[in-house]
Design a protein around this ligand. Sequence first.
Ligand code: NAD
Ligand code: DAU
Length: 347
Amino acid sequence: MKIVVTGGAGFIGGNFIYYLLEHRPEDEIVCYDALSYAGNLETLAAAMKNPKFKFVKGDITNRTAVNTLFAVEKPDVIVNFAAESHVDRSIEQPDLFLRTNIMGTGVLLDACRQYGIGRYHQVSTDEVYGDLPLDRPDLFFTETTNLHTSSPYSASKASADLLVQAYHRTYDLPVTISRCSNNYGPYHFPEKLIPLMIVNALEDKKLPVYGAGANVRDWLYVEDHCAAILQILEKGRVGEVYNVGGHNERTNISVVRTILQELGKPESLIEYVADRKGHDRRYAIDPTKMQEELGWAPATSFADGIRRTVEWYRTHEAWWRHIINGEYQNYYERMYGHRAKLEYARI
Ligand code: NAD
Ligand code: DAU
């Protein structure tokens, strides 16, 4: 079988490629990636040595390039990770998110129709469901929760999901969708909470926590997400949505404190800063369908996962230093340079 992984030079797509090379050694894997600021060939350096793996540079919004990819590679399966993925950047520049996340998904779906495909899998997010109140721990997102988005990023991902479902209903395209909670682990670009806090703490820089740090995210080790996607490809029902998460809810401030403890760094590094616009309060996935229908469950506890992640950043300094020494400096200055500092009592 030949599997095209779009966006495979990014965080989760890169981890998924390594997961496939290990668990599906007979399959051929083609990574198709535009190498945006978030794409990184250093992430795929080890994969490049594997004869079952091939990298093709290309943009999912480029119809000609995508059609050529399909004509040449004749893939059996497409797993689409390619996206603009950072909420803060979507608040800065929504149009890029509409182009890549919606139009790009549309181009891939058209190619799947034209060339025929065994399965198109869309890697989506729990953010399509909006957020939950902080004072209702009994509420969770299920696959039938209404789509109710908050940011340009989540709106673009929800739009893409609707397109995927429309192509299934209208053209009978064999699709599946997974909606996962927040991932963490190796190769995570240091604009997102966990890698940003680890990298800043390693450098003894301030750790910018939005608002009071009371917002809640439901963290899943990236390998568990990869395992879930492979199980959906192997055993999932066509046309279905699967929520992926491991009931691991934590406030942002508790995650930051855990990272500081792991690194032996002081809490005085924490700096409360102006909140994100439209900041979603709480995400919490109900993964019952994945568990009961596919027998999936996360294998990595948060304690183990965060230890492994911190260790990975400690031992892969060259990987993140190449990122933070480049254009990232401008991004960091734009995002944090003039951000108001807040006074918060310890929560
Ligand atoms: P990422 O930003 O680390 O990687 C995105 C990848 O897509 C990069 O390699 C980039 O070069 C590539 N890309 C961007 N635009 C492209 C284009 N036009 N054509 C081809 N490639 C392009 O993202 P991630 O965190 O690995 O997320 C991957 C997918 O998983 C996204 O669709 C995201 O919405 C979804 N998701 C992420 C999380 C999370 O916690 N990170 C959770 C649930 C779902
Ligand atoms: O839930 C899945 C989603 O998780 C994915 O779809 C997105 O692609 C992914 O980026 C992630 O979105 P979040 O907005 O939840 O992740 P982020 O790491 O940006 O932020 C996590 C929380 O930490 C959020 O409440 C905002 C807060 N935060 C973030 C940053 C970057 C801070 O307090 N300080 C920061 O500097």
